[in-house]
Design a protein around this ligand. Structure first.
Ligand SMILES: Cc1cc2nc3c(=O)[nH]c(=O)nc-3n(C[C@H](O)[C@H](O)[C@H](O)COP(=O)(O)OP(=O)(O)OC[C@H]3O[C@@H](n4cnc5c(N)ncnc54)[C@H](O)[C@@H]3O)c2cc1C
Length: 359
């Protein structure tokens, strides 16, 4: 059995295997790094509220407890018919059952010049490394940072950048629509007030180009040393042409049992997938929730048992950090904000990490 990507759901699969091995199955995890950086804590890392290590789950001990093998590598092609995955180093890894949890990708060419000049929030390892370099640069001279993206990640990162670099830096955000579009009005208002308090300029419009010194919004040029791109998620390009059933955007279509709509021996969870029957938002929360169901269904599939449908929750608790230890909490239309909410978010995030570090 091949687990591709150490995403949220696959961590739960490894933990479940650690509690009870799967007799007769050889399990391999293929993933890009020896640790999994937890995205929920990345804004806190940028804001210097956490060390990078606080947000990291070392994979080797988890894999070892699961009785599995760890192979560091990056998938560049999948052939579900021939049951093989090709890695960037040319290796070909065969499987009987494949489970994909690689998260989304970011199209580096969606904005002109971005590939050369922008800092992309994914892959998260690279983002964190580049941010640390940016921080060193900020000691030498005041920087102008522009975050492109009005969703949760863009919002949290903007406030974290402000918190990290302080008032010496100029921090702006480009928003091509309402701020936090997936959130209720009350949260959007709270978010707008938080940005204002942090002296963040919100620039309405679509970012069309990025260069070494500017970002462009149509004909308007805005001075910028560090453009950060948090512009949603794209499907990994290696899925196209794989033969797997994909939706119009290119994400893996799965049903209630988390199996591919075209290849029942391929499972997919998290942001790389899209449910045919339940179009829930792409977020870590939903990927986490799919974990236990994925663990159960992989076990049953291998044993020839009946698979169980996974029902994603109709709504989720969302906690948006404000960079300074405070957060906005929301559940449906309800929302609240402050230090207690910040403590709640930290507690949930730290518990997630602890769950996969514990022996
Ligand atoms: C800054 C930021 C903050 C966020 N905060 C939150 C939050 O607080 N709450 C929330 O719910 N969501 C949050 N999100 C969204 C969240 O990150 C995603 O929804 C979530 O990571 C998706 O999880 P996943 O399990 O699908 O994959 P991921 O967590 O992205 O994991 C993917 C794994 O696959 C590996 N991988 C990737 N490509 C390959 C490949 N080709 N071959 C092999 N392995 C590969 C990666 O190394 C990684 O181990 C945030 C996103 C960002 C960018």
């Amino acid at each position: 059995m091949l687990l591709l990507g150490a995403g949220h759901a696959q961590l739960a699969v490894l933990a479940a295997l650690g509690r009870e091995h799967m007799p007769g199955a050889q399990v391999t995890l293929v993933t890009t790094h020896e640790r999994q950086l937890y995205s929920g804590m990345v804004p806190g890392v940028v804001a210097r509220r956490f060390q990078v290590e606080d947000a990291a789950i070392p994979l080797a001990p988890l894999v070892q407890r699961a009785g599995a093998t760890l192979r560091i590598g990056r998938a560049v092609a999948i052939d579900p018919g021939a049951r093989a995955v090709t890695l960037a180093d040319g290796a070909r890894i065969e499987f009987d059952v494949l489970s994909i949890n690689t998260g989304p990708s970011l199209d580096r060419d969606r904005i002109a010049g971005a590939r050369e000049h922008a800092l992309f929030v994914r892959p998260i390892e690279s983002f964190v490394e580049f941010w640390q370099r940016t921080r060193r640069l900020a000691h030498e001279r005041p920087l102008a940072v522009v975050v492109v993206g009005n969703g949760a990640a863009g919002f949290e990162l903007t406030l974290s950048v402000r918190h990290d670099l302080g008032p010496r830096a100029s921090v702006a955000m480009i928003s091509d629509g309402p701020l936090l579009p997936a959130y209720p009005e009350a949260v959007r208002e709270r978010g707008t007030r938080a940005l204002k308090r942090a002296n963040v300029q919100v620039l309405p419009g679509l970012c069309t180009a990025v260069s070494a010194r500017h970002v462009e919004i149509g004909p308007m040029r805005v001075a910028c040393d560090v453009p950060i791109l948090a512009i949603g998620s794209d499907p990994p390009t290696w899925l196209a042409g794989s033969g797997l059933a994909l939706d119009a955007a290119g994400f893996v279509r799965v049903g209630a049992t988390l199996q591919s709509a075209s290849h029942p021996h391929v499972f997919a969870t998290g942001d790389v997938s899209v449910r045919d029957d339940d179009k829930h938002p792409r977020s870590g929360v939903y990927a986490v929730r799919a974990g236990p169901a994925l663990a159960l269904n992989l076990r049953r599939f291998v044993a020839g048992g009946e698979l169980q449908p996974h029902r994603p929750p109709p709504r989720s608790l969302n906690l948006l950090s404000l960079g300074d230890g405070r957060a906005i909490a929301s559940w449906g239309e309800w929302s609240a904000q402050g230090r207690l909410m910040g403590w709640w978010k930290d507690h949930i995030d730290r518990s997630f990490i602890a769950r996969y570090r514990a022996p």
